[in-house]
Design a protein around this ligand. Structure first.
Ligand code: AHR
Length: 510
């Protein structure tokens, strides 16, 4: 048997709280995410409410999804919200030039999205149009959403059937402004973000959390410029009352792509070398989070400004025969391993990270849910989100490794074969472990200190092959099972984990 990797977890030493918003979601008007994913109108073959699929809602409610980002993505910077309100028959159409050049009929608009959030019990995260919209348009949108008195936009909302204002906290200032969001340079965008942030007002006690759009991957200049241009003295009152600064958080995007942009690789057909390339790419998340955070620390040591990763996940070639502009891909055990590694990194950076959003929730990129007509399939990634639910709003604990983690060699890079993190909440602790190795088992021995542990129960997500995935014919090919190889004795927890597995261990604290 393998030599165990020893680790210490001090359950009485508390790290930062892991915001549940690190488990956030993203739904764009892209391919079959909104239309034919969430929103199917009055199709008769699935139960719906207000056009929204209830099986999808139920599955996402089981994840306790904390927030949903909408309407994009690149789509956000061409979206004019006025086109998506009022009688559906009279809403104008538009071209979705980013995604398939298809006609968007605007039948899913503000009211439909807010109703979806209410059904999901998730907070809305709305991205305002900075690229092709106006400051006035963004300002009026938030007035429409959140104003309670007789203001012009509140009156319009009422005329469209909604009396009460909604609560909207998360407010994005555009998307990828260096690319599809307007081809800005960092300084020009920072100034525009300040303007949009200023005129997106807080109405009637609705306090916006304004998120400036940030870097792609390792564009650290972008992050640094946004910090320099924040426009207020950090630590002087951004957290209460009317906003002082123009934005409260800075985002960045990072996708795991094993190949090149033109040939990303198949979602289901890959060999071990390609799997390890995927893993080496995914492992970059740790470096990126550390580096963006370090830049922010230099300007904001008190960590007032949040770091938001509002798009992350795997990006492969589309499934053969599907529209290349729709970004539809299958989801295998490899995707679950990528998700496990990301969440451990998020937990380690919970002091700075205030939100993360997987791209995207249904039928697009690293989805939770794939639909096909009336069928609905939960992906391996879905199960990682579900198994990790115990980390939502839990207190993180560092996992101090006493032995080196065995590494995997991928080309010129070495990648750790194991990843782990821990947290506790309400008398329970949760340890997550990913054994990313394609062929070898891993053993871990945790020395649990600082609390009495009365019991330990494990769950495992694995399958005979890394390429395993769920389909309508075989929906449970990759699904969680009870995991017995968990032994607790006198505060020492021993676990032996098969190759390519994601495991969670729940500890009952006495
Ligand atoms: O998630 C798909 C696209 O990826 C988004 O629209 C864009 O922001 C990013 O480039």
């Amino acid at each position: 048997a393998e030599t165990p990797v020893r680790a210490v977890i001090d359950l009485d030493v508390t790290g930062p709280v892991i915001s549940r918003h690190l488990y956030g979601h993203f739904a764009e008007h892209l391919g079959r995410c909104i239309y034919d994913g969430f929103f199917v109108g009055d199709r008769a073959d699935v139960p719906t409410e207000g056009g929204v699929r209830l099986d999808v809602v139920e599955a996402l409610r089981a994840l306790d999804i904390p927030n949903l980002r909408w309407p994009g993505g690149c789509f956000a910077d061409e979206y004019h919200w006025h086109d998506g309100i009022g009688a559906v028959e009279s809403r104008p159409t538009m071209v979705n030039s980013n995604w398939g050049d298809v006609i968007e009929d605007n039948s899913f608009g503000t009211h439909e999205f807010m109703a979806l959030c209410e059904m999901l019990d998730a907070e809305p995260y709305i991205s305002a149009n900075v690229g092709s919209g106006t400051v006035r348009e963004a300002g009026e949108w938030i007035e429409y959403l959140t104003r309670s008195d007789d203001s012009p936009m509140a009156r319009l909302r009422r005329a469209n059937g909604r009396d009460d204002p909604w609560k909207v906290r998360f407010w994005g200032l555009g998307n990828e402004p260096w690319g599809c969001g307007g081809r800005f340079g960092p300084k020009a965008y920072a100034q525009v973000a300040r303007t949009f942030g200023t005129y997106s007002r807080d109405h009637n006690g609705n306090r916006l959390y304004r998120i400036a759009s940030g870097a792609s991957n390792d564009d650290y200049v972008w992050t640094e410029t946004l910090m320099q241009e924040l426009g207020f003295e950090i630590g002087t009152g951004n957290s209460a009352g009317p906003s002082v600064g123009a934005y409260d958080a800075i985002s960045f995007h990072f996708y795991t792509i094993p190949g090149t942009w033109a040939h990303k690789g198949s979602a289901t057909e890959f060999d071990t070398a390609e799997y390890y390339r995927t893993l080496a790419e995914a492992a970059r998340i740790e470096t990126l989070l550390a580096a963006h955070s370090a830049i922010m620390d230099a300007y904001d040591p008190g960590k007032t400004i949040g770091l938001v990763l509002d798009e992350w996940g795997t990006w492969f070639d589309v499934e053969p025969g599907t529209n290349p502009g729709f970004l539809y891909q299958q989801n295998t055990l490899r995707d679950a391993i990528v998700a496990g590694v990301h969440f451990d990194a998020f937990h380690r950076h919970a002091d700075r990270m205030s939100m993360a959003n997987i791209a995207q929730t249904v039928n697009v990129l690293q989805a939770m849910i794939l639909t096909d007509g009336p069928e609905m399939v939960l992906t391996p990634t879905y199960h990682v989100f579900e198994m990790n639910k115990g980390h939502h709003d839990a207190t993180s604990h560092s996992v101090d490794l006493l032995d080196p983690i065995p590494s995997i060699v991928s080309g010129e890079r070495t990648v750790p074969s194991l990843s782990t993190s821990a947290s506790s909440r309400d008398g329970r602790a949760l340890i997550s472990v990913t054994n990313a190795h394609a062929t070898e088992w891993a053993s871990l021995q945790f020395d649990l200190r600082g609390a009495e542990v009365a019991g330990a129960t494990g769950r495992i997500l694995t399958a005979p092959s890394l390429q395993a995935h769920n389909t309508a014919d075989d929906p449970h090919a990759v699904s969680p099972h009870a995991f017995q190889d968990v032994h607790l004795e006198a505060g020492t927890l021993q676990v032996r984990i098969p190759a390519h597995s994601f495991v969670t261990i729940q500890l009952d604290l006495a």
